[in-house]
Ligand binder design. Structure first.
Ligand code: ADP
Ligand code: MG
Length: 582
């Protein structure tokens, strides 16, 4: 029996649309790209309800004649290439001629467009790929495209849309990318009638960035620029310095010939450039512009053109890493020249040593992530050890000796565990300290949303703040644990963490993220010289913690160098067996 049938053009169009139009941000992307390809110097983006209700993009570009306006909605119609080989010299964003057709298949679309050389324009209505109306109208030069009733025809896709805030946040990130890549284009973004960004043309990338990011972040960015002629690539842009760190990679933007791309290998290479500078878990901010001959890349490998393949991918990754390292070293060298050397380190003396007791147990199963496993501690939970603190190694590890070996305690990891536990015990009663002067910080609209969502939980952990403007937070009181920290930096990190775990339904995970971040900020750091009393306090408090063998991020707190291992190293096991008299 024949089972195979040809799908109708309508269904084919809806299936094809799925590749291109995943969510509102995909539509905004295609429309902005078309406007830039049309040579627009002014683009206004209007979004309602996170783009779920309406998306309207208005430009002052070249516009379309009435015939082109109708053709633009048909599949595979483009003014940008004629044959595939044209991709070797492509300078436009578009080339497939499928975006408008795909969008039109899953929405209600209105297009108003006019070329500057003629008196009148064209207005077209298309619903689910069908041309409903076409008429001549009076309108300004350029093009306006309005999308509504998105995914009404494909309810399955509608189900996967996220909250208004999440959808809008994606649109905002996307608009940031195009604003950064086109500093000469005046772009404005409106959400539910409210102006979110107004970015008139500027002459430098720094000035452009200052239109989007807070001044603290912008001040930490430094320029990079280098040509790598052997692989036909130029790199330039801005990267954050050694003193700045984010808590997710959302502030890393990569562009190839001004096309915003996702490329995990390049992001990894960039982060590698910060090795020895950033502790694990910290991320830089960066805008990297890669320029290359179009024939050395393939832009046709991803349905939404978000990824690009490079002919010299490995060499490019190495070049980026090297460039970042060079720039950071230069930056640190310059700063060292500016500051006088610090005074010498304090050394813990032998007479400061004292005795105490520590008990360790096996790693208990827990809900927190455990990324590292503790292999060499084979002590049972009943086993109690009498250990004596014998010092601090490398200002990082507290060392204790006991009968069967030396215990190393990672002071930061241990202290993190202690504070984490205390925050959990004191939930809703965390001691707080009002600030004499509220600490102001500028944050994004999405951060405001995240803050609002978690305001009560944060207050239960002692972090109290008020929203005092569309992009401003005033921190009025903090947990006592944070009294010696850079408060705005910690709140920034907390918001970044909440951003990363957004959508997390389990409240325990949110508690974990907040406590882990606060514990990390408040704990003593590797490199801190500890007084004997502090070392003793840490050792004793660690003993009372649940899950004492790992920090909240899963790193080991404790490591035992067994005496038998030492004896093996020095061949004392041989002596014991064969020359017991020595
Ligand atoms: P592509 O961009 O790949 O060519 P699209 O479906 O996005 O395909 O657009 C089809 C065509 O419609 C474009 O090639 C262009 O000629 C025209 N077009 C689309 N948007 C605009 C615009 N904002 N201004 C002028 N022309 C446009
Ligand atoms: Mg296009």
């Amino acid at each position: 029996m024949e089972k195979i049938r040809l799908l109708s053009q309508n269904e084919v169009a809806k299936i094809a649309a799925g590749q291109v139009v995943e969510r509102p941000v995909s539509i905004v992307k295609e429309l902005i790209e078309n406007s830039i390809d049309a040579g627009a110097t002014r683009i206004d983006i209007y979004v309602e309800h996170g783009g779920k209700d309406l998306i309207r993009v208005v430009d002052n570009g070249c516009g379309m004649c009435p015939q082109d306006a109708q053709l633009a909605f048909a599949q595979h119609t483009t003014s940008k290439i004629s044959i595939l080989d044209d991709l070797n010299s492509l300078t436009s964003y578009g080339f497939r001629g499928e975006a408008l057709a795909s969008i039109a298949a899953v929405s209600h679309m209105q297009l108003i467009t006019k070329e500057s050389t003629v008196q009148t324009g064209t207005r077209i209505i298309v619903e689910r790929s069908q041309l409903m109306n076409s008429e001549t109208v009076a309108c300004p030069d350029g093009t306006e495209i309005e999308i509504s009733k998105l995914f009404d025809a494909v309810p399955a896709r509608k189900k996967f849309l996220k909250t208004v805030e999440t959808e809008f946040n994606q649109i905002q990130n996307l608009v940031h990318a195009y604003v950064l890549a086109h500093e000469q284009v005046h772009m404005r973004l409106f959400h539910d009638g409210k102006l979110i960004h107004n970015c008139p043309p500027v002459n430098t990338l720094e000035a452009r960035l200052a239109q989007l990011w807070d001044i603290y972040s912008v001040q930490h960015m430094c320029m990079v620029q280098k040509d790598f002629a052997s692989i036909g690539i130029g790199l330039n842009g801005l990267i954050s310095d050694h003193a700045y760190g984010r808590y997710n990679s959302a502030h890393i933007y990569l562009f190839v010939n001004k096309r915003w791309i996702k490329n995990t290998a390049l992001v990894r290479a960039l982060i590698k450039g910060y090795a020895n500078i950033h502790q694990p878990g910290k991320f830089p901010a960066a805008l990297i512009f890669i320029t290359t001959d179009p024939s050395l890349i393939d832009v046709n490998i991803h349905p939404r053109k978000e990824e690009v393949q490079f002919v010299h991918a490995c060499a490019l990754e190495k070049s980026l890493q090297a460039l970042v390292q060079e720039q950071l070293e230069e930056r640190v060298r310059t700063q060292l020249r500016e500051f006088s050397p610090a005074s010498g380190p304090f050394v813990c003396k032998q007479e400061d040593l004292y005795a105490c007791t520590v008990k360790t147990d096996n790693l208990a199963p827990e809900q927190e992530p455990v990324f590292f496993t503790q292999k060499n501690i084979a002590l049972s939970s009943e086993q109690s050890i009498n250990a004596r603190i014998i010092g601090q190694y490398h200002n990082t590890y507290i060392m204790l000796e006991q009968e069967d070996g030396i215990i190393f305690i990672d002071q930061h990891a241990a202290h993190e565990r202690i504070i984490y536990q205390e925050l959990a015990n004191q939930f809703e009663h965390v001691p707080t300290m009002p600030l004499l002067f509220a600490q102001m910080m500028s944050i994004t609209e999405y951060d405001i949303y995240l803050f609002r969502q978690h305001q009560t939980i944060l207050a239960c952990h002692g972090v109290i703040a008020d929203i005092i403007g569309p992009d401003r937070l005033a921190i009025t009181a903090i947990s006592l644990y944070l009294k010696n920290t850079a408060i705005t930096e910690v709140v920034r990190a907390l918001l970044d963490d909440l951003h990363t775990s957004n959508g997390e339904q389990d409240v325990a995970c949110v508690h974990h993220a907040i406590r882990a971040r606060m514990a990390c900020a408040a704990a003593v750091k590797a490199g801190d010289v500890l007084l004997p009393e502090k070392m003793r306090e840490i050792v004793q408090q660690l003993e009372r913690c649940q899950n004492k063998l790992t920090c909240p991020h899963g790193r080991p707190t404790t490591w035992l160098l067994q005496r038998t291992e030492l004896e093996k190293k020095f061949k004392r096991d041989y002596i014991q067996k064969h020359e017991s008299r020595l």
